[in-house]
Design a protein. Structure first.
Length: 336
């Protein structure tokens, strides 16, 4: 009789104990080809040492894989901030029969997860196509070393707001003190022009010639020989590349802009547009994106930088100075 009562108590604990997972962000906007990370947090009112999470993803969403130190394939799942990394281990994979991802966290030292509740896992998700719907947590539980299981609620844990991949995508990064813009063409069309707005943090600017009449730049390999226009108004640079066709076989760089000032903060790129030779719009992105300048080479000042790069009076970088007037390291030189 006593054994039966204990079994009933254990069974009741299985259904009444509170142990739950939540996700941040709970709504994920992700375009085809993008990867984004989500932090999973654990809340538990009971003492548990392990948990199994089963995640069902909608069509077009997956958890990508990688090779671990033993050259074995594993999911891109990590302990958030190193929490309980020393006391627990992760085993993860995709179950073909259930059509779900399993993430199993077990204790190496019989450690109590109640003492470590909060953000515990960081999971990367990838959109292989335009997707919508929800990522669901199902048939999941937290447990003890004695085999008692406390089920998590079956629920939609992340809402997916899919967006279609941009027909042409503009990208930017800082390299050797210059802001370099490249593109990815998913449209299958020939690109003939590109224009966008660029806003830099206070104290950072595009380098100019000695008379402050021209902005310096280097042609992109895909846009060499085309016409470039750089203007500044309302605290933003307007950059336009036109009069030709992008040579994608030569590369994917559009323009390189040498910067001056202490590189910190973020650059904002907006009002991006690409067009075809017939004057038709291929792609437009009003919101744009941000570029971190903090990890770039800091404290670059034009007057202190000795790159040796040669620019003509139109602001274009040239490989060799022939007869004429050129700008090198911010100073004007005449070649006779």
């Amino acid at each position: 009789m006593k054994k039966f009562i204990l079994s009933v108590v254990a069974l009741m604990a299985t259904f009444t104990a509170s142990a739950q997972f939540s996700a941040d962000p709970a709504a994920l906007t992700i375009a085809a080809g993008e990867e984004k990370e989500v932090v999973f947090s654990l809340t538990t009112e009971v003492e548990v040492t392990n948990y199994d999470i089963w995640l069902q993803c909608p069509a077009g969403i997956e958890i990508p894989t990688r090779l671990n130190e033993d050259d074995e394939t594993e999911l891109c799942v990590d302990f958030e901030g190193g929490r309980h990394k020393s006391s627990h281990s992760i085993v993860s994979g995709f179950n073909e029969e259930k059509g779900m991802y399993l993430i199993s966290v077990t204790s190496n030292k019989n450690a109590n997860l109640r003492d470590l509740e909060g953000p515990v896992l960081k999971i990367k998700f990838k959109a292989t196509a335009e997707a919508s719907g929800a990522i669901k947590i199902q048939d999941s539980f937290a447990g003890t070393t004695e085999g008692v299981k406390y089920p998590f609620e079956n629920k939609n844990i992340i809402t997916i707001n899919g967006t279609a991949a941009s027909p042409v995508e503009l990208k930017g990064a800082v390299k050797n003190g210059s802001l370099v813009f490249t593109f990815v063409n998913n449209s299958g069309k020939t690109i003939a022009n590109c224009d966008f707005k660029l806003q830099l943090p206070e104290g950072i600017s595009i380098q100019q010639n000695s008379k402050k009449t021209k902005y310096l730049f280097e042609e992109g390999d895909a846009t060499e020989g085309m016409t470039y226009s750089i203007k500044f108004a309302n605290n933003k640079y307007s950059i336009v590349v036109y009069d030709g066709e992008f040579d994608e076989e030569a590369g994917n760089t559009i323009i390189s802009l040498p910067l001056e000032g202490t590189l910190t903060g973020e650059a904002t790129v907006s009002n991006i547009a690409f067009g075809d030779p017939a004057g038709q719009n291929i792609s437009r992105d009003e919101d744009g994106f941000k570029i971190s300048l903090i990890d770039a080479i800091n404290s670059i000042k034009a007057e202190e930088t000795k790159s040796g790069a040669i620019y003509n009076l139109n602001g274009q970088r040239v490989s060799k100075a022939t007869k004429g007037i050129y700008v090198v390291d911010g100073k004007k030189y005449a070649v006779k």
